[in-house]
Design a binder for this molecule. Structure first.
Ligand code: HEC
Ligand code: HEC
Length: 404
């Protein structure tokens, strides 16, 4: 981008230089031609014998010559202005071309998305479900489940574009998310994958929407807790007030409900779990094992789950796509260091905690700045919304460090 701006200003400078040369040259020409014209006044030319009688000097040298010279000047001026004008307009033309190109990619990506992705991720990427057949290590049938496909409207907050392209190319093995790119054996070309990513840029939530989404999931969980705790039925207004009071107390690290608050964030159901941790760190969470009761119900319906060892009980944080968090303190000596990691996420090949190596699959929840993209209005790098505040992540980390 910087090089584009540089190139644009170089072109502008060339344009201005040419325009200046033309204007100065033109003025000099005018100056000289008038003075020379004046000197020539009164000079006589005899008519050569091989020429027929032409116009009288008065006629030729005044009206006719003036009009011819006038017109040639006008056309010369027009022609000589085209060159600087071309250079002056070129940057804008290039900018428009780039923008048209982005819009074209975005709309093609949008069409591909509706064709290939929305059946699971919902129209516009708001989240959905995928029917999925779980199999054991020998390929034998285990269970038929509904697997939550997370909303993709905050995916660029959590992952950079190359990480998203990696997911699109190779899918998530063991989940319904198939490999889409040619490198992973899928049908889409590199360009089509890029078009999908350009489309994803256009559906990302702004900061207020992202905060509201996370809050709505936490509130749903808090509501359940308050209703379970209530001795008798509560009317709607009292319930709202009780939920607000519960939350106000629970966010305080010294509250008895602080770990429960961290757990709500860890299990956040909003947007099909897009902002949760449990979908990757708790076995079966994505296909319905969201608490002890629902896990028992699943195990009763599909005995193959425990026989195959895919799901043996309600084990929050025991690991699924991501590793088990039991004993996570051993990898992160301080809660603060663990909080930093959750805010930034992992990067391929970059060590984290006690020098474990990341794969880029652990998302970051603290927002993301994309230095390769420029915001048209502000001229600054594009900024993707922060999903969890430091305080929220600290509550999650406290909950994680309490898991045994
Ligand atoms: C058959 C259903 C299905 C289809 C079709 C599908 N996905 Fe997915 N996708 C999923 C599921 C389920 C997950 C979550 C996997 C998990 O739980 O780890 C997922 C995960 C993802 C993720 C990672 C999100 C995250 O935060 O972990 C991205 C990005 C993604 N899909 C993009 C796409 C795109 C783009 C398409 C279309 C080309 C697509 N998916 C098509 C089911 C699907
Ligand atoms: C899309 C799947 C996914 C989601 C969602 C996810 N994680 Fe992870 N997490 C991983 C993976 C994978 C790793 C291992 C590091 C790697 O491969 O980059 C990991 C590693 C971690 C670790 C380090 C564990 C260790 O001991 O090495 C912590 C702590 C952690 N995640 C916390 C969280 C928290 C908190 C959330 C929610 C705010 C979360 N994760 C959401 C996939 C996920």
């Amino acid at each position: 981008m910087t090089s584009l701006i540089l190139a644009a200003s170089t072109q502008r400078s060339i344009g201005w230089a040419l325009a200046t040369i033309v204007v100065v040259g033109f003025s000099v020409y005018l100056l000289f031609s008038f003075r020379i014209g004046k000197q020539e006044l009164g000079s006589e030319i005899d008519t050569a014998s091989n020429r027929k009688k032409h116009y009288e000097d008065d006629e030729l040298e005044t009206r006719r010559l003036d009009s011819h010279l006038g017109w040639s000047l006008v056309t010369l001026a027009a022609v000589s202005m085209i060159l600087p004008l071309y250079w002056l307009m070129e940057p804008a033309r290039q900018e428009n071309a780039a923008e048209t190109w982005v819009r074209r990619f975005e709309s093609r990506g949008g069409q591909e998305f509706e064709g290939a992705c929305s059946s699971c991720h919902g129209p516009g990427g708001v989240g959905g479900v995928a029917a999925f057949t779980l199999v054991d290590s020998d390929g034998g049938f285990v269970a038929q489940v509904d697997w939550k496909a997370p909303a993709l409207t905050t995916v660029l907050s959590r992952y950079d574009e190359s990480e998203v392209e990696f997911i699109l190319n190779y899918g998530r093995p063991g989940s319904p998310m198939p490999a889409w790119g040619l490198p992973g054996g899928g049908p889409l070309t590199e360009q089509q994958i890029h078009q999908l990513v350009v489309y994803l840029r256009s559906i990302q939530l702004d900061q207020d929407e992202a905060i509201a989404e996370v809050a709505s999931g936490v509130e749903t969980g808090a509501r359940n807790i308050v209703m379970m705790d209530a001795a008798a039925a509560i009317d709607a207004d009292d319930l709202d007030a009780a939920v607000a009071a519960w939350l106000e107390d629970a966010v305080d690290p010294s509250s008895d409900n602080y770990l429960a608050y961290g757990e709500l964030l860890f299990n956040n159901p909003a947007a099909q779990g897009a902002n949760s941790c449990a979908r990757c760190h708790t076995p079966g969470f994505s296909y319905g094992a969201t608490d002890a009761d629902s896990t028992d119900a699943l195990l009763a319906e599909w005995p193959g789950l425990s026989e195959s060892g895919l799901l043996t009980g309600w084990q929050p944080g025991a690991g699924h796509v991501g590793p088990s968090l039991y004993g996570v303190e051993a990898h992160f000596p301080t809660a603060d260091g663990q909080t930093d990691f959750v805010l930034s996420g992992s990067e391929v090949g970059v060590g984290y905690g006690n020098a474990r190596s990341g794969t880029g699959v652990m998302p970051g929840f603290g927002g993301r700045v994309d230095d390769d993209l420029i915001d048209k209005e502000t001229g600054a790098s594009v900024n993707y919304s922060q999903l969890l505040t430091r305080e929220q992540v600290a509550a999650i980390v406290a909950y994680e460090r309490s898991l045994r």
